[in-house]
Structure formats: structure tokens, C-alpha cells
Design a protein around this ligand. Structure first.
Ligand code: GDP
Length: 364
């Protein structure tokens, strides 16, 4: 499955956030699945209003959202790339994730220990970035030394070496690889390194309660510092999220959120943004047994999309009946959409669109 890892300095609110995510997943799980793979890994539903809309029309026995895996990666500290505080082990965990949720402390609280002096989101972010960049530098330098000799005689290796040298120079300037302008074929030269700073990132500005709708000077400073990264900053209060997640009674939860003028938990925003960050598409299947969301990548063709449901679906694929989400909602049912000529029969070359409601025909 797809994984996002929560990183950040100690005491910035990572576990609070992770607990909120896994508690709320557990609370919703009365209907369907939640599992804790290990204490630091949780599977969480991706909130999607389209799923509920479809379910209103179909009235299925169950609703199954799509999920992503969230990993709490504790233990990143200054010096981690040099092995401080089990740093290497934690950096290894980051290598396995598809996206990074970087939590940054934007709240004051003298009861919460802090080793880095006055609250400073910009330098906190840089500390973590630097550790990841140093680790990447190590990987890039290793590959450079493996490549150099061959590059003298092999033009293909020479091209690879050039890319590696550009990465090295970029990292040495204290910059992350995700910001380096590389062509697709050039990226292939570093794909095997699974560089930490190449992974897409989003920032959580963990602000105090009073600032959760407005942000504060700290979250503003953070936003300004990442403006050139084209990365999202989610302003939220992790403690409040944890409290919402712990409320079992939906009425209590609604009341609590109303008190804080929230229309939904900020977690929903975070999970949706993470999903977007991963460049994922969702298609739906809608029947009376279940209405379900399925995750695919942009550009997948119908047979590959079908394989997410069952591997045999790809081999045995014959055709797909497709109704666009908006058409489905407009006409209110599969049969009404069909009568209106909005049900399309698509073949093997069809590229599935986000929101398609699909029905696969296949041989078994
Ligand atoms: P981690 O080390 O990054 O995982 O941090 P924790 O989630 O364990 O939080 C460290 C401490 O900060 C705990 O005592 C939390 O209760 C507290 N904390 C977390 N989020 C907030 C917040 O938004 N405001 C305040 N005042 N305290 C928070």
C-alpha cells in the first residue's frame, strides 16, 4: 500500500498527531477495517465526500473508503545522519515511505520540553532537512564513486554521472532533491537511491488552540520559508485533533467541533492532502452490496485499474462500463445514466479518470 511517514524534531506533536489518526481510524472501524500493523503504523481511511454521495443513491450494505498507511517515524534529531539517537535506523524508515508529513512546532508551551531554544519553525525545518540532505549526499557520493570509472568509457554512464554530480552540488548548497529540475530520464539515474529529499512533502504547522483557524506568526514564518517549494502547509492543532478522535459519541464530537467552529476534523484535510500529494486517483465501484473507492495512479489503463480489485481481473479483462461521477450524481442511478446515454463501454486502452464509476466485465 501507499505510505506516508510523519517526521519532525522531538516534542513537536508527532505522536499526538499519529494517535489522533489511529484513534479516529479505530472509531470509524466499527463498520469496516482498521488494523494496526505495529504500534507505529496505522491504516487510515481517506475521507472522500463523493463516496458518501454515491452511497446515498445506491444505499449499499457497506461503504468502503480507500486507505493509506501512516507511519510515525520518531527519533529524528540533530546529528541523525551521523548516527545520533539511532538516527540511521529512523532515516532508513523514511526511505520506505512514499510521502513525508513534516510536523513543525508552532506553539508556545513552557511545559513542553524543547532543546533548540526559542520556538523557531524555520530553523526546525532546516535541521530536519539538513539531516535528510546529508544522508542523501552520502548515497549520491557512494554512487558517484561506483560510476566514475565506467563513465570514462561508457557515454551512458557519463550521462548518469553528470546527473549525480548535479545532485551532489545541489545537496551541498543545502537544497533538497525534490526542488532540482531534472528531466524524466535524468531522474531514472537516481531512482535506485530512493533519496529522502526527493519524496514529496507536506508541512503540518502545529499551532496553539487560539490560532487554529488563523495561524500565528510562527506558521506564517514557516509558510514564507517554504513558499518557493510549492508545498502545502496545513495549519492545525494536534491536541484538539487527538481530543476529537477520542470522542466516541458522534453527538459529543459534533458539539465539540461546533464549539471550536470546525466543520470537520483538520485530520480529514491532512489525509486528503496527503492523498493528493501522492498523485493518486480514485475510481469507484457502486453496487447494492458495497460502494467502494479504489486507489490507482494517474494514467492507468482500465485493465491495470481492475487489477487493484483482483489480480485476475487484469488478465481476464474484457471491457469496462464507465459512468463519470458527475453523470452518475446527475442522473441518480446506473440505469438512468445508461438511459441518458452516459454509460460508456470502454476497452483495454481506456485511461481511467479520477471519479469514474466502473463496472468491469472479465473472463475467469
Ligand atoms: P513528538 O515527540 O513529536 O511525538 O511529540 P508529542 O506528540 O509526544 O508531544 C509532545 C508534548 O507536546 C506532549 O506533552 C503533547 O501533549 C504536547 N503537545 C502536542 N501538540 C500540542 C499542541 O498543539 N499544543 C500544546 N500546548 N502542546 C502540544
Amino acid at each position: 500500500g501507499l505510505k506516508a511517514g510523519i517526521v519532525g524534531l522531538p516534542n513537536v506533536g508527532k505522536s499526538t498527531l499519529f494517535n489522533a489518526v489511529s484513534t479516529s481510524a479505530k472509531a470509524q472501524a466499527s463498520n469496516y477495517r482498521f488494523c494496526t500493523i505495529d504500534p507505529n503504523v496505522g491504516l487510515v481511511d481517506v475521507p472522500d465526500h463523493r463516496l458518501a454521495k454515491l452511497a446515498e443513491l445506491v444505499i449499499p450494505d457497506r461503504i468502503v473508503p480507500t486507505q493509506i498507511e501512516i507511519v510515525d517515524i520518531a527519533g529524528l534529531v540533530r546529528g541523525a545522519s551521523k548516527g545520533e539517537g539511532l538516527g540511521n535506523k529512523f532515516l532508513g524508515n523514511i526511505r520506505e515511505v512514499d510521502a513525508i508529513i513534516h510536523v513543525i512546532r508552532c506553539f508556545e508551551d513552557e511545559n513542553v520540553l524543547r532543546e533548540e531554544g526559542a520556538i523557531n519553525p524555520v530553523s526546525d525545518k532546516e535541521i530536519i532537512d539538513t539531516e535528510l540532505q546529508l544522508k542523501d549526499l552520502e548515497s549520491v557520493e557512494k554512487k558517484i564513486s561506483r560510476t566514475e570509472k565506467m563513465a570514462r568509457t561508457d557515454p551512458k554512464m557519463k550521462a548518469e554521472l553528470d546527473v549525480l554530480l548535479r545532485c551532489k552540488a545541489h545537496l551541498e548548497q543545502g537544497k533538497s532533491i525534490r526542488g532540482l529540475d531534472l528531466a524524466k530520464e535524468e531522474r531514472a539515474a537516481i531512482a535506485d537511491l530512493f533519496l529522502l529529499t526527493e519524496k514529496p512533502v507536506l508541512y503540518v504547522a502545529n499551532v496553539d488552540e487560539a490560532s487554529m483557524h488563523t495561524g500565528n506568526k510562527y506558521s506564517e514564518a514557516l509558510k514564507a520559508s517554504v513558499a518557493n517549494e510549492n508545498a502545502q502547509v496545513i495549519v492545525m492543532n494536534n491536541s484538539i485533533e487527538a481530543q476529537i478522535a477520542e470522542m466516541e459519541d458522534p453527538g459529543d464530537r459534533a458539539l465539540f467541533m461546533e464549539e471550536y467552529k470546525m466543520t470537520e476534523p483538520a485530520l480529514n484535510r491532512l489525509i486528503r492532502s496527503t492523498y493528493k500529494l501522492l498523485n493518486l486517483y480514485t475510481y469507484f465501484t457502486a453496487g447494492v452490496q458495497e460502494v467502494r473507492a479504489w486507489t490507482i495512479h494517474e494514467g492507468w489503463k482500465a485493465p491495470q485499474a481492475a487489477s487493484v480489485i483482483h489480480t485476475d481481473f487484469e488478465k481476464g479483462f474484457i471491457k469496462a462500463e464507465v459512468i463519470g461521477y458527475d453523470d452518475y450524481i446527475q442522473y441518480g442511478s446506473e440505469s438512468a445514466a445508461r438511459d441518458a446515454g452516459k454509460l460508456r463501454i470502454e476497452g483495454k486502452e481506456y485511461i481511467v479518470k479520477d471519479g469514474d464509476v466502473m463496472h468491469f466485465r472479465f473472463n475467469v
